[in-house]
Design a protein around this ligand. Structure first.
Ligand SMILES: [Zn+2]
Length: 442
């Protein structure tokens, strides 16, 4: 979308999507357990801790049973790294696994060929797991998305084992392009997450922490059009587009002093002229505006726009502004959901870092999902503290024994959290109340 000399609003088109529900075949050996759970779902009776314990043991055993398949899948993804929107092998591997295990699969969702969904069960609640599977240019799976995709697959397959007809639904959403392009944003806009009561994914990290915030982000491109002239012989006849970019840059640097401490505005000059002896008739810059609060991000954007406009006015250039990519929303945490997950993870023997919330924040398209439905994205340590994601050593961690074990742990803890939500509706009510009560910020 493009605007000229005025504040613009980015409008993103969405495609409506839906996929038919599916029913399950149940193994006879769990008849009694299912009968109990079914009774509880229909009668809205809170199951005893013993029943919940049994359900959690069941999902843990299911992940253990599926471990060889999950490990092979994670290794396959790692050995076949694919960039954003090119994840054909990874998406097919995960979608085919879901299909083999009785999920109704839709390939190609919201106009994205490498997005997919798998659905099983019926009724409420709907528990959604998010799979990521894109890699980084030159670095392979240095963000460990092979583990994210496979852990969510494992969690979905394990949660299926405790579903009862009419008592809940499991949805796995295959989300392409986390690293570049914000693949979840069109999925959110197409309504793929509508009706989800709780969404989760686990991200490998160098620290195990339950809540990691993320900044909202909007990209802006500004172009100035002036008039070329000889820089020495006839500067008075030129209109200097580079001057406009420099003034805008300086204006934004001044503005930065007057913004909240969680906001970030940073940019580069992409075009600055052809030669020193020509007054530049064209110059351009690219900026990111970020904030921890969506409303603040929206309020900040027109202030940046005014810096661009003021520079045009001062120099006599024509200005064109555009928002070329989708807006990343800040991550909206749901502490009640995160604490259920934490209890499950700790019960599996993983220590959670209780230190202060990390202040080194970036942006992720999980933020957009978190603004639409209650979402958690806990971080699980698979490397030493010195090795951070997007390092070559992190790609090695993502295929190490610790990484593989982390993937299985994440699958178990997510499926156990699904058990909490499926078996004890009061947790769902708390999650929904916290989500509703929280604004568009943290
Ligand atoms: Zn990542």
């Amino acid at each position: 979308m493009e605007i000229s000399g005025t504040v613009g609003v980015l409008v993103q088109a969405g495609v409506a999507w839906y996929c038919p529900p599916d029913f399950l075949a149940f193994s006879a050996s769990f008849d009694r357990l299912e009968a109990q759970a079914s009774f509880q779902a229909e009668e809205a009776v809170v199951p005893s801790e013993t029943t919940l314990h049994t359900l959690k043991e069941r999902v843990k055993a299911e992940v253990d049973r599926l471990a060889p398949e999950l490990l092979a899948t994670s290794q396959f993804l790692h050995a076949n790294p694919e960039l954003a929107y090119e994840e054909f092998k990874a998406a097919e591997r995960l979608a085919a696994a879901l299909e083999r295990h009785g999920f109704a699969v839709t390939r190609g969702v919201a106009g994205l060929p490498t997005a997919f969904t798998g659905r099983v069960g019926s009724g409420k609640p709907r528990i959604t797991f998010l799979a990521e599977y894109d890699a980084l240019p030159g670095l392979g799976h240095a963000c460990g998305h092979n583990l994210i995709g496979t852990a969510s697959l494992g969690a979905a397959l394990a949660a299926k084992a405790i579903l009862v007809p009419g008592g809940g639904e499991v949805l796995l959403v295959g989300c392409p392009a986390e690293e570049k392009g914000g693949g979840k944003i069109p999925l959110v806009e197409a309504g793929v997450f509508a009706g989800t009561d709780a969404a989760m994914l686990v991200h490998p990290s160098n620290r195990t922490e339950m809540v990691k915030l993320a900044l909202g982000m909007r990209e802006m491109v500004v172009e100035y059009f002036g008039k070329a002239s000889h820089a020495a012989a006839s500067p008075d006849l030129g209109v200097n587009a580079l001057d406009a970019v420099v003034l805008a840059y300086a204006g934004i640097s001044t503005l930065r002093q007057q913004v909240r401490s969680d906001a970030r505005i940073h940019g580069i000059i992409t075009h600055g002229g052809q030669a020193p002896n020509i007054i530049p008739d064209y110059a351009a810059a690219r900026f990111y505006v970020r904030a921890l609060d969506l409303e603040y991000l929206e309020a900040l954007t027109p202030r940046v726009v005014r810096c661009f406009e003021a520079a045009a006015q001062a120099t006599g250039c024509r200005v064109k502004m555009a928002f070329p990519s989708l807006t990343y929303h800040p991550y909206k945490p749901v502490y009640t959901l995160a604490s259920l997950f934490q209890r499950n993870l700790e019960s599996l023997g993983e220590a959670v870092d209780q230190g202060p919330v990390d202040k080194e924040l970036g942006s992720t398209d999980v933020g957009n999902v978190s603004q639409a439905v209650p979402t958690i994205q806990p971080m699980l340590q698979i490397s030493t503290r010195e090795v951070t994601c997007h390092m070559t050593a992190f790609a090695e961690a993502a295929i190490s024994e610790r990484g593989q074990r982390g993937m299985l742990l994440a699958a178990k803890a997510m499926a156990m959290t699904a058990a909490d939500l499926l078996a004890q509706p009061e947790h769902l009510a708390q999650v929904a109340a916290e989500f509703r009560g929280r604004g568009k910020d943290q």
